[in-house]
Design a protein around this ligand. Structure first.
Ligand SMILES: C[S@@+](CC[C@H](N)C(=O)[O-])C[C@H]1O[C@@H](n2cnc3c(N)ncnc32)[C@H](O)[C@@H]1O
Length: 258
C-alpha cells in the first residue's frame, strides 16, 4: 500500500475471533502502523481487548516499533431515559471526540490503525464516526479500509453451509429490527445478529437453523438442524453462556424449509 504524506488512518478488519482469520493484508497493514487504536465498550470489552492485543503480539514483527493506545468508552445504548436513536446519537458524539483525539495524537506523517471486530463494513460504526471526524474539519487524514472475515462468514464456514440456496435473497438484520419489522414474505434466508432480547424465538418450526456462539473463540458452541428440534437447546445454551461469561456474541442463519 503506497503511503501519501500526512496522517493516515487504517480501519483493519481482524475477523470475529479466530486468529487464523486475519488476512495477509491485515498483517501487512499492522506491520506498517505507528499506533494501534483499541476502542472498547460494554460487557465484552476486556475479553475483546485482550484478543486484539494478542493478535498484535502474534503478527507484528517484534523489530517493528509501534504503540498501543486504548480507549474504554461507556456503552450508552439501551440505558438512559431517551429514545434508542437519541442514545445512539450521544454514543456517536462521544466517539467522534475520542477518535479525533486519537488521530490528533498521530505525528504529521504517522499511521494509526483502528482494529475492528469482524469486517468494518458490517454492523460497525467506525467508518461513520471517521466520516464525522473528517466533516468536523479539525483534522485532515487519509483512510484505508482492510476488509476482515465477518462473523456471518465465520458462521457459514463453521457449518459448511451457503447463506442462500441458488438465486435466493438474504436478509441480514439485528434482533431489534427483527422484532420491529419481521421478515418480508419474499425472503427465505435470514441472518440475525445482535439479538440481546431473543427476537429469534419468533421464527416458526418451518425453518432450519444454523447457530454459533463465540465462533472461532474459546467456548465456541455451534448447533444446526430443524428449528423445532434445536429451539430449546439453543435457548438453554444462550442463557448458560450469558450467565457464565457475562456477555454473548452469537449469530444465526434461519432458512425457510421447502
Ligand atoms: C457490533 S456487531 C459486529 C459485527 C462485526 N463487524 C462482524 O463483521 O461480524 C456484534 C455482533 O456480531 C456477531 N458476532 C461477532 N463476533 C462473533 C463471534 N465470534 N461469534 C458469533 N457471533 C459474533 C454477534 O451477533 C454480535 O452481537
Amino acid at each position: 500500500m503506497g503511503r501519501a504524506e500526512g496522517r493516515h488512518v487504517l480501519v483493519v478488519g481482524i475477523g470475529s475471533g479466530d486468529p487464523d482469520h486475519l488476512t495477509v493484508g491485515a498483517v501487512r497493514a499492522l506491520n506498517e502502523t505507528d499506533a494501534v487504536f483499541i476502542v472498547d465498550k460494554g460487557a465484552a470489552a476486556s475479553d475483546l481487548r485482550d484478543a486484539r492485543r494478542q493478535l498484535c503480539e502474534r503478527v507484528i514483527d517484534p523489530a517493528h516499533s509501534y504503540r498501543v493506545v486504548e480507549v474504554a468508552l461507556d456503552a450508552v445504548r439501551d440505558r438512559g431515559a431517551g429514545s434508542y436513536d437519541e442514545a445512539v446519537a450521544g454514543w456517536r458524539d462521544e466517539r467522534v471526540v475520542a477518535y479525533e483525539r486519537l488521530i490528533g495524537g498521530l505525528g504529521p506523517d504517522e499511521t494509526g490503525a483502528f482494529l475492528v471486530w469482524g469486517d468494518p463494513t458490517l454492523y460497525d460504526g467506525t467508518l461513520a464516526i471517521l466520516d464525522d471526524v473528517r466533516a468536523s474539519g479539525h483534522l485532515q487524514f487519509a483512510i484505508d479500509v482492510i476488509p476482515g472475515i465477518s462473523s456471518v462468514s465465520a458462521l457459514a464456514a463453521r457449518h459448511g453451509v451457503a447463506l442462500n440456496r441458488s438465486g435466493e435473497a438474504i436478509l441480514i438484520t439485528t434482533g431489534r429490527r427483527l422484532a420491529r419489522d419481521g421478515v418480508p414474505d419474499a425472503i427465505d434466508n435470514v441472518v440475525v445478529m445482535l439479538d440481546a432480547h431473543d427476537a429469534w424465538r419468533a421464527f416458526g418450526d418451518d425453518y432450519d437453523v444454523w447457530w454459533s456462539a463465540y465462533t472461532g473463540m474459546s467456548g465456541e458452541r455451534s448447533l444446526a438442524g430443524r428449528l423445532g428440534e434445536q429451539r430449546e437447546v439453543i435457548d438453554r445454551e444462550r442463557t448458560r453462556a450469558r450467565v457464565e461469561r457475562g456477555w454473548l456474541f452469537d449469530t444465526f442463519l434461519f432458512r425457510r424449509r421447502r
